[in-house]
Design a protein around this ligand. Sequence first.
Ligand code: SF4
Length: 217
Amino acid sequence: MYYPVNEIFQSIQGEGYYTGTPSIFIRLQGCPVHCNWCDTKYTWICSDKDRTSVEEVINKNQISKKWSFIYIKDILKIFKKWTAKHVVITGGEPCLYDLVNLTTKLEKSGYHCQVETSGIKNIKCSLNTWITISPKKNKRPTHESIIRSNEIKFPILKKEDILYIYDILSNIKDNKKRIICLQPVNQNKEALSICIDLCTKKNWRLSIQLHKYLKIE
Ligand code: SF4
C-alpha cells in the first residue's frame, strides 16, 4: 500500500501534547479544507502534474507542491537513517486516506504514531495511534473524529474563535480524558495573549508552534 507524500523528514514536534519530542514527519498531499491562514498551502492539491520521483521527495530542501506515492515498505527503509521513534502523520489532510496499514506496520516496527487532522472525515488508523484533532471553522470535524481524539488543539486568531471551542466541546458527551490545547495562529501576538488568558482560566495547554520560534522545519 502507498500514500501520496509531500515531505518526509526528522525534526522536533513543535505542537500540542508531544511538543519537544523528536519525531519523523510524514506530510501527505491533499487538503480540501483551505483555511485562509494555512502555512502548508502547497499540500492542498494532489495534481498529477506535480507528481515526481520518490528520490526528489526524500531529498527536498525547500517546500513545493511536488509529491510522490511512497510504499509503506519504502517509508520504513527511509526511516532507518533517523533515530526518532515517534511518527507524526500530517498534511495536508491525512484523514482523506485509510491509515490502518501504515500505522499498524509502523507500530509493528517499533514506532509510535500520531495523526494530526482536522477530523473532517472519520479517522482510519490503528487503535494505539494518538489522534490530534485541530477543528477548523471552514469544515467542521465529524462527531466520530472528535470522539476518537486523544487531544483537541484549537487554532485561535481572534476572540470570536473562543465560541467555536465551546460549541465543539459542548457536543462531547463521553467521559474520555482528552488534552485540550490552544494554539495561536502563526505567532500572532494578540492571539497568543487570548490563548494564555484562556489556558490559565481553564487549565488547558498552550501550544506555541515551538518549531517556528526555533526556526526549524
Ligand atoms: S486543514 Fe490544515 S492543511 Fe488543510 S488548509 Fe487547514 S491548516 Fe491547511
